[in-house]
Design a protein around this ligand. Structure first.
Ligand code: XMP
Length: 515
């Protein structure tokens, strides 16, 4: 069994960050809800427990607690912020609203030594965010450090191997925060840090083999990172038993189909069915301008084509036909939140939104991984880095960036414009920094003048945003020289374009895509 450290999620946004910091220390972590029982903790073979921060007051009615028996299991515990207050209470201490909360940077002074403080200088900067304070602790617990507003900023019970910090070691603004987490994992939990990308691959390869046996498996490649990494991983596990399906909708980025084909057939020698369906898509989309209808048509046609492929394969193979379907589901989609409710998977973010009645069992080799880990695994598996570091691309492809009717001609204009934008963004070294950068084709034409002639053609809108998770986004301040180069190339190189505009809307109120 993989050694695991459990991060109990008390409902703040920090649990995922803590889990990632633990993994950066090469120890496998899982996020669990506050309702987890001591039995479940034992069953998971937990080697350490971290209690996250949270928005509540520990003394408030209905404040989330934790099965008290967990503290008697003899497993090391690290409480952070709310988690520290809960731990202090469990150890027999007191938590109160003293009116001296702390928000932001604070200078912390050490008073005592412990395995967790070895990397800290006498005074260091830590990042605080709390309204309540720990005001008393039993004599078995040592106060290890304090700040002006938090007399107990750091405490430890060496005997119980239980520690609490009022500050947030998981955020970058806390000096030595990662050192503290690593000391807890390596020295207190005695976990040396063996969870590497190579070991993730090994574990998943075994799991996939155990799950599918000698059965055939299908995987829909979308051109995105997640499905590509999932496919490469499953291929490593079961080789020829895997068949990949790539549906070219005519709404992909330029060269995308070729890249997928080259990567998966030449490099990985995967059995790939490349369905060239652009004609069907343009026929289905003719005359349709409503954004939701367009999305629906694109999604449904994808399902139809996928079903046809699956049926054809099944017909040829009979009982031997594919029974499993690979999905690139990631960890943030499966984490149970602090309240114990499973996070909703945004339906339009599923691969093609495949329906349940397809009668496949799912193979989800990435369901325990965060996005950055998926990229690292992809690189380890030998996928090309421009595929692994690809910016997110919507399932319906360029279809949501062609405003108004989607035709072959307009899709071609946009694919060419998109290519210019991305080419210049890459040359400027900004591709990885930006969450997304792309071109939009509006449904208007404007007058221009080129050479001696009057033109009447489309504008291209440049959209480039920074973001952490696509929930909010800011428009990227691209250098003027870069914008000028993009604009000049768009007008000179892309037929049908005579004007360039820049979208300077953040999200909210705008969305990232235009449809
Ligand atoms: P919005 O436009 O809602 O986009 O700000 C947020 C993120 O989701 C992507 N997106 C989609 N992805 N199918 C997808 O698979 C879709 O229909 C879709 N619409 C938006 C968008 O690119 C951004 O990363």
């Amino acid at each position: 069994m993989t050694d695991v450290v459990l991060v109990v999620d008390f409902g703040a946004q920090y649990a995922q960050l803590i889990a990632r910091r633990v993994r950066e220390a090469r120890v496998y972590s899982e996020i669990v809800p506050t309702t987890i029982t001591a039995d479940a903790v034992r069953a998971k073979g937990a080697r350490g427990i971290i209690l996250s921060g949270g928005p509540s007051s520990v003394y408030a009615e209905g404040a989330p607690g934790i099965d008290p028996e967990i503290f008697s299991l003899g497993i090391p515990v690290l409480g952070i912020c709310y988690g520290a207050q809960l731990l202090a209470q469990a150890l027999g201490g007191t938590v109160e609203a003293t009116g001296r909360g702390g928000y932001g940077r604070a200078a912390m002074t050490l008073h005592g030594g412990s395995p967790l403080t070895v990397d800290f200088p006498q005074v260091s900067d830590v990042w605080m965010s709390h309204g309540d304070s720990i005001t008393a602790l039993p004599s078995s617990v040592a106060v290890l450090a304090s700040t002006e507003d938090a007399p107990v900023a750091f405490f430890g019970d060496e005997e119980a191997r239980a520690y609490g910090v009022q500050f947030h070691p998981e955020v970058a603004h806390s000096d030595h925060g990662q050192d503290l987490i690593e000391r807890f994992l390596h020295d207190v939990c005695e976990l040396p840090g063996t969870w590497t990308h190579a070991s993730i691959i090994e574990t998943q390869v075994e799991a996939v083999r155990a799950q599918v046996g000698s059965k055939k498996v299908l995987c829909a490649l979308s051109g995105g990172v997640d499905s590509a990494v999932a496919a490469a991983l499953v291929h490593k596990a079961i080789g020829e038993q895997l068949t990949c399906v790539f549906v070219d909708t005519g709404l992909m980025r330029r060269g995308e189909g070729e890249q997928i084909e080259a990567t998966f057939t030449k490099h990985f020698q995967v059995d790939l069915i490349h369905v060239k369906a652009a004609d069907r898509y343009f026929a289905a989309l003719a005359g349709v301008t409503d954004p939701e209808r367009k999305r629906k048509i694109i999604g449904e046609l994808f399902i139809r084509i996928f079903e046809e492929v699956a049926r054809d394969l099944g017909a040829g193979l009979g009982e031997e036909g594919p029974k499993f379907l690979v999905q690139g589901t990631l960890y943030p989609d499966v984490i149970e939140s602090g309240s114990g409710h499973a996070a909703n998977i945004k339906s339009h973010h599923n691969v093609g939104g495949l329906p349940d009645d397809l009668d496949f069992s799912l193979v989800e080799p990435l369901r325990l991984l965060f996005k950055d880990e998926v990229r690292a695994v992809g690189e380890e598996l030998g996928l090309p880095s421009d595929l692994v570091w690809r910016q997110p691309f919507p399932g319906p492809g360029l279809g949501v960036r062609i405003i108004g009717e989607v035709t072959r001609e307009r899709a071609e204009i946009l694919a060419n414009a998109d290519h210019v934008v991305l080419d210049e963004i890459r040359k400027a070294g900004l591709y990885r920094e930006l969450w997304q950068s792309f071109a939009i084709l509006p449904a208007v034409r404007t007058v221009g003048v080129m050479g001696d002639g009057r033109t009447y053609a489309y504008p291209i809108v440049i959209r480039a945003v920074t973001s952490d998770d696509a929930m909010t986004a800011d428009w990227a301040r691209l250098p003027y020289e870069l914008l000028e180069r993009i604009a000049s190339r768009l007008i000179n190189e892309v037929d049908g374009v005579n004007r360039v505009a820049l979208d300077i809307t953040s999200k909210p109120p705008g969305t990232i895509e235009w449809e």
